[in-house]
Design a binder for this molecule. Sequence first.
Ligand code: GTP
Length: 239
Amino acid sequence: RKEVGHISVGSKGFNDLIAGGIETQAITEVFGEFGSGKSQISHELAVTVQLPVEQGGLDGECVFVDTENTFRPERIEQIANAFELPVDEVLQKIHVARAFNSAHQILMVDKINELIQSGTNVRLVIVDSLMAHFRAEYVGRESLAVRQQKLNQHLHSLQQIANTYNVAVFLTNQVQAKPDSFFGSPTKAIGGHVLGHASTYRIWLKKGLAGKRIARLVDSPHLPEGECVFKITSEGIVD
Ligand code: GTP
């Protein structure tokens, strides 16, 4: 079995919360309301995975499955500059795949398999956001079972990539904020049960005061629950 790798999220406090960064051979889900920082963390990771191991990376490339047109090359440029990495090279190592609907999103996983088998050193797969298409296409109670079944299949194939190729899978999931629920259990997460079981790590993001963000680790199998504060700056994610 290959050794588990970690990818830095940019903030020391955040890395400490998840024992050194997001893990390979695992699925990490971040969920939170609009503007909580899910896409920003995705962009940060797309860059940090490319760093050498001693700087918190895996010397690897990344696939960014973009379902809502959130990928911003100019944001990558800012973050790459902050790490003094060559912007063009960094962008070349981010394979952006736009998914037009949920079926396309599911098929994308086969393309990722092919990319890796052709020799590309992919160490991170980002899906931003996991649920947008599923949520839009499967509306109403009667379609819920089918949606969950499709989602389950999708997550299973992502997990398989994670295990087979020692890759980290990072998923974002938008959920509605519920007042005063931060210390309770976020049971209303849109993915429901299926996602709850597939994710190895689940991180709840919340807006704090003065532009700060709070990340709370919930239902992790090995790590204690806890939280940290981080900031989103032009340089990316920082303490
Ligand atoms: P969605 O809107 O659902 O995509 O939410 P999200 O959780 O993905 O939010 P996102 O990651 O896009 O974070 C949005 C927040 O990040 C904004 O409110 C800003 O505070 C911050 N942000 C985004 N881009 C920049 C930037 O270029 N510079 C700085 N300093 N902050 C930024």
